[in-house]
Design a protein around this ligand. Structure first.
Ligand SMILES: Cc1ncc(COP(=O)(O)O)c(C=O)c1O
Length: 366
């Protein structure tokens, strides 16, 4: 055991990513294809291995947010069509072109900046997200025309992004669909090869009318629930577990404290385990006195303040926990959704927040 323990390890089950993609693919209507979103290093899971697993699970496109992420995937050998969904600086345009990645625009002036390179371009209509894209349908039309007229550029698609797809029962998704569809159909009538795409994971699972030609799913491919509930309700399997080990076990007498600020004190004789993982790894400090760690299949409460490199857990008065036992922080019944609730955030931020210091290890179901 001692030889195998790792200080801070994210184990990622690529077979789960593959199955989650198959599950999403099964939900698609009207021949829509699946684009797997692997930005932010695959939501903390590792972009290239997850992209390959998603492609094995039936995804036919891969999307990222930044040009450097596209370059990274190409260098790792990912050959599928790539879409860079984010805004691009002038320098990033060349990186995108070198990666043979599709780019997004919503502005004629940006089309002029793109022109002269061989690029596939998607036009984004802002139907209510209020972020990237234009709200002005005429400008979107002129942008399409500018792409048609520009040297080297090809209109690859039209897109939008939903603001409230994860809020079950909301009506705004319908409003956004109603704002998007006429423009999308109009462009498609003149550009039959243009790909219409709008849905993220939540819209894909919730609203078949949002599927169009392609859906862009991120969070769900990792088995995280876009609705912040139990991923199992959607037939999704969490792919990531976060593991460390017991680096010390010691008794704590009543009144003795653990951690900075002495925010935990023993009320009765107990034992503390020190686990060498902390906020430097993405175990957020707001989990101080507010998380459980699983050791030998049992949950133990995190005791005291999360430090940069260590946490302590309260093992109770009688303990069979030993040095080098594995400690599971996410997994074994503790979900990223549970952390998100405790932290008043979303599961996306939990896994994206795992830092580069955490070793990633890939496996398939073992
Ligand atoms: C434009 C766009 N499309 C799709 C996605 C994927 O969203 P999700 O992870 O909720 O499936 C994102 C991620 O935030 C996005 O920014």
């Amino acid at each position: 055991m001692a030889a195998r323990v790792k200080r801070a390890l994210a184990r990622v089950n690529l077979a789960a990513v593959q199955r989650n993609c198959l599950r999403l693919g099964d939900a698609l209507s009207g021949g829509a294809e699946l684009c797997a979103v692997v930005k932010a290093d695959g939501y903390g899971h590792g972009a290239a291995p997850c992209a390959e697993a998603a492609l094995a699970g039936g995804a036919s496109w891969i999307a990222v947010a930044a040009a450097g992420e596209a370059a990274h995937l190409r260098a790792a050998g990912v050959a599928a069509p790539l879409l860079i969904m984010g805004a691009l600086t002038p320098a990033e345009i060349d990186v995108a072109a070198a990666a043979h990645a599709g780019v997004v625009t919503w502005d004629e002036r940006f089309v002029a900046a793109l022109a002269g390179r061989r690029l596939r371009v998607h036009v984004k209509l802002d139907t209510g997200m209020g972020r990237l894209g234009t709200r002005d349908v005429d400008l979107a039309r002129r942008t399409v025309t500018a792409i048609d007229d520009a040297d080297g550029l090809e209109l690859a698609g039209v897109m939008t992004h939903f603001a409230t797809a994860d809020e079950v029962g909301d009506a705004f998704l319908g409003d956004q669909l109603a704002a998007f569809e006429p423009f999308a159909r109009e462009v498609k009538a003149r550009h039959p090869d243009a790909v219409i795409h709008a849905a993220n994971s939540a819209a894909t699972l919730r609203e078949p009318r949002s599927h169009f030609d392609l859906v862009r799913c991120g969070v769900a491919i990792y088995g995280l629930d876009p609705f912040q509930r139990d991923p199992g309700e959607q037939g999704l399997e969490p792919a990531l577990s976060l593991r460390s080990y017991v680096a010390a076990v010691k008794p704590a007498a009543p009144g003795q404290s653990a951690g900075y600020g002495r925010r935990w004190r023993a009320r009765e004789p107990t034992h503390l385990a020190t686990i060498p993982i902390g906020y430097g790894d993405g175990v957020r400090r707001a989990l101080s006195n507010n998380a459980d760690v699983v050791i030998r299949g049992r949950r133990y409460p995190l005791a005291g303040t999360v430090s940069m490199d260590n946490i302590t857990v309260d093992l109770g008065p009688d303990t069979d926990v030993r040095l080098y036992d594995e400690a599971v922080l996410i997994g074994d019944g503790v979900s990223a959704e549970e952390w998100a609730r405790r932290l008043d955030t979303i599961n996306y931020e939990v896994t994206c927040g795992l830092t580069a210091r955490v070793e990633r290890e890939y496996h398939r179901d073992d």
